[in-house]
Unconditional design. Structure first.
Length: 269
């Protein structure tokens, strides 16, 4: 892997004082900031390797080296991820905690503005964080789910009302299960995932039968059909979006597929 030299020019070393990293200032320091040999020592790399890095030569770069340099230069999370991306390394998305007093009201304004499209927001466990009135009227009201069970998987696999409204429930449920399985695979020891899988296994025969098949599939563009008792049959195109500032959250826009579908949704609202 080749790491461009731009982030490691003299500006990176110059912006840190020796005292910032626990080094004595010295009396004959010709340049501001850290010397190359000091950066190399603090990062656990050779002076030659670091010198070549600054010169933009093609050298072997490992994740350990990049992370060590990030610590030495005291890079923030955004700078660290950018550095890893420049080196061609995997970049982990930042995860955020949804604070009801801060993030949730902002998300509620977002989903309300999405009307007449149905719009729920889920966290990394597929728990509902926000939803608009269109979603509650057209699909299912998450507020009607029990505490601790306001979750997309719980709604899909245990709500008889939701199942009755879906024209093709099984393929939709299998698709959601496949995305859920992929998320669980990334955090198999997450307590919330462990609890949800256990509860769903007990509550749903279909979940219990399909889960051992180990279905894994990322989201694909889809259109679902809803048989609404008041509005009739409505086709919805599904779109998945992630807020840049909260990439662990997922917004799913459910857009009427045709002008006729839009008229039915609007009349319902």
């Amino acid at each position: 892997m080749h790491l461009p030299s731009a982030p490691f020019g003299g500006t990176q070393r110059a912006r840190l004082r020796p005292a910032d990293v626990g080094l004595p200032a010295g009396v004959r320091r010709r340049t501001p900031g850290l010397r190359r040999e000091e950066v190399a020592e603090l990062s656990g790399v050779s002076v030659t390797w670091y010198t070549w890095l600054e010169q933009g030569r093609k050298i072997a770069v490992s994740a350990q080296m990049v992370d060590a340099l990030a610590r030495t230069f005291r890079l923030g999370p955004d700078e660290h991820r950018h550095l890893r991306a420049l080196a061609g390394l995997a970049v982990q998305r930042a995860e955020t905690e949804v604070r009801q007093g801060e993030v949730a009201p902002r998300l509620r304004r977002l989903v309300d503005a999405a009307a007449p499209n149905a719009a729920p927001v889920y966290d990394r466990h597929f728990d509902f964080v926000a939803w608009n009135s269109t979603y509650a009227r057209l699909r299912h009201d998450p507020a009607a789910l029990p505490d601790g069970r306001r979750n997309l998987l719980w709604m899909m696999f245990t709500s008889a009302a939701n199942r009755a409204r879906m024209v093709h429930w099984e393929p939709a449920a299998r698709a959601v299960l496949s995305q859920f399985r992929a998320a669980v695979g990334q955090r198999p020891d997450d307590p919330r995932f462990v609890e949800l899988v256990s509860a769903l296994t007990e509550a749903s025969p279909e979940f219990r039968r399909w889960w051992p098949e180990y279905p894994v599939r990322e989201f694909r563009a889809a259109t679902i059909g809803i048989d609404h008792p008041d509005a009739g049959r409505i086709a919805l195109d599904l779109f998945q979006l992630r807020p840049v500032e909260h990439p662990d959250l997922l917004l799913v826009l459910q857009v009427p597929a045709t002008p006729a579908d839009l008229r039915r949704v609007t009349a319902l609202l």
